[in-house]
Design a protein around this ligand. Structure first.
Ligand SMILES: [Zn+2]
Length: 214
């Protein structure tokens, strides 16, 4: 069949198959150790990493023993949703002027929404870059002497970040003996250098793009 879609008209069609609940199929059941007939059912899958379970995943279930025989491609996004969905709350106290630095950065990134809505994206962007080693944590220590770090911590930052990023971030900051609050303060100072002092437009765009994924 020739494809009729707008993206690649005239090309050979490869239609993605989507199964529905109650549909029959067959496969090799590991538990029954033979070929069996299966029925697609909504199931609760245990994640291979041992990080919990995902509910409402369509899977081909053995008609004899009820064990999952196969998980179709169409269920992958739901599993991914569960993997990425887990975010933890982070709360740190910072001096008001440092919060002003962050809010100014957010205003520079976009004027389409409230600065406070952008805050988590900027923080997650930098935390993820530290977590994955794309920014060296050691390089942040140059901010330790900044006057902006001083002052009473009379403002509060509160945001959510993925469990995995937070765990890796904490590991990285531990290696240079920084606590979470000080490390986040230094991220703000690094963002100031990158986005306000140098005003790199490419970086701004990258942050906004990354914002949708973090
Ligand atoms: Zn079976």
């Amino acid at each position: 069949m020739v494809c009729e879609c707008l993206l690649h008209p005239g090309k050979e069609e490869t239609m993605k198959r989507f199964y529905h609940e109650g549909e029959k199929s067959n496969g090799i059941c590991k538990s029954c150790r033979t070929e069996v007939t299966t029925t697609f059912k909504s199931t609760t899958l245990a994640l291979a990493s041992g990080k919990g379970k995902v509910q409402g995943v369509l899977a081909a279930v053995c008609d004899d023993c009820g064990k999952v025989v196969a998980v179709p491609q169409q269920s992958a996004p739901r599993i991914r949703e569960a993997l990425f969905g887990k975010k933890l709350s982070v709360e740190v106290r910072v001096p008001r002027h440092l919060r002003d630095v962050l809010l100014t950065i957010c205003s520079e990134i976009t004027s389409d929404c409230k600065p406070t809505e952008i805050e988590p994206f900027v923080l997650r962007y930098y935390m993820a870059h530290i977590a994955h080693g794309r920014i060296q944590i050691r390089s942040l220590k140059k901010h330790l002497k900044s006057k902006l770090l001083q002052g009473r911590a009379n403002d509060r930052l509160s945001f959510r970040v993925s469990e995995e990023v937070l765990r890796k971030f904490e590991k990285k900051i531990e290696t240079v003996k920084l606590n979470r609050t000080d490390a986040i303060k230094m991220l703000i100072l690094q963002a100031k250098v990158d986005l306000l002092d140098k005003a790199a437009p490419g970086r701004l765009k990258e942050i906004v793009l990354f914002a949708s994924a973090a």
